[in-house]
Design a protein around this ligand. Structure first.
Ligand code: C2E
Ligand code: MG
Ligand code: MG
Ligand code: MG
Length: 283
């Protein structure tokens, strides 16, 4: 570790930190290149009601890297946020959602209650242009704003309540709906949630993982479902992998489930095929 004089302050040269910073800078350059070369797209993971009806899907971004293959969002979303590239990625995902919904509408294989969720990052949620960005991107597609759900996390509701409620009300007034993602992992509680115009919450996978094998896990999930219903909020379980979990969640009157048990996230064209073969089960 060498000490370097920088103006009046001292900083430490830390090789590990230096390597990390270089890696991040490389990733940023690669992201800029990848956006220009159209390497991002949305994958879609279905959501199914407890009666087996296909009610929607979640859009999940993927990076089809020329040498690394398919890169998962956790590896690049934080860097995209840090370097101001997240807006571009959001628009790519939103555009893919519009293309999918428009196609499903043209083929007349969805009703107006079918919706697709998009993950909104905290910087986008805090930006004053979110509403305009949403409206601009969906303009020109034959879709209803109500068919798009914005997934935000509890931590985004931790700031100024009045401002946040106003921002959400304005977006809701245009027809979009809000969903709380990864519910239970933040510090908020359901009573706090009732202050915001929220239509749906998604119970985090970590609770679903524990629902079968521990009494605490079971009561947490049961309590979330009961309280959400009393607030008129629909409840989706995320990360459902086992049939026994699904059965238990159904007995607790969960509204919908999403997880590998139903299907993994897939490309738009694979989703279309999946959708057509699975709406046969619709009730
Ligand atoms: P998330 O929104 O909570 O998405 C659910 C994650 O769980 C997805 O990972 C999905 O592939 C995975 N998953 C779903 N069902 C199962 C299951 O049964 N078992 C297991 N083990 N995993 C399951 P993914 O696609 O890697 O996304 C990770 C996170 O990255 C997302 O978590 C979300 O926070 C973020 N993300 C994804 N797409 C976007 C995007 O377009 N924009 C932003 N801002 N964030 C995104
Ligand atoms: Mg999500
Ligand atoms: Mg989630
Ligand atoms: Mg998650």
């Amino acid at each position: 570790r060498a000490k370097m004089k920088k103006g009046n302050s001292y900083s430490f040269y830390d090789p590990a930190l230096q390597t990390l910073l270089e890696k991040q800078a490389e990733l940023e350059t690669d992201l800029v290149r990848a956006i220009a070369s159209d390497e991002f797209c949305a994958y879609f993971q279905p959501q199914v009601s407890s009666s087996g009806k296909v009610i929607g899907a979640e859009a999940l971004i993927r990076w089809n890297h020329p040498s690394k293959g398919l890169v998962a969002p956790n590896e690049f979303i934080p860097i995209a946020e840090q370097y101001g590239l997240i807006q571009k990625l959001q628009n790519i995902v939103l555009r893919d959602i519009c293309i999918l919904i428009a196609q499903l509408r043209t083929e007349n294989i969805i009703d107006e209650l079918f919706s697709v969720s998009i993950n909104i990052s905290h910087c986008q949620f805090n930006s004053s242009t979110l509403k305009t960005e949403l409206l601009n991107t969906i303009a020109g597609f034959d879709i209803l704003p109500a068919q798009i759900k914005l997934e935000i996390t509890e931590s985004m509701l931790a700031g100024d309540i009045d401002n946040t409620v106003q921002q959400m009300e304005e977006i809701k007034a245009k027809g979009f709906a809000f969903s709380i993602d990864d519910f239970g992992t933040g510090y908020s509680c359901l009573t706090h949630l009732s202050a915001f115009p929220v239509k749906e919450l998604k119970i985090d996978k970590s609770f679903i993982d524990k629902v079968l094998d521990d009494a605490t896990g079971f009561s947490i999930v049961k309590t979330i479902i009961t309280l959400a219903k009393s607030l008129n909020i629909t409840v989706v379980a995320e990360g459902v992998e086992a049939l026994a979990q699904h059965e238990l969640l159904k007995s607790l009157h969960i509204d919908a489930i999403q997880g590998y048990l139903i299907a993994k996230p897939m490309t738009k064209s694979d989703y279309l095929v999946w959708h057509k073969t699975n709406i046969a089960n619709n009730s």
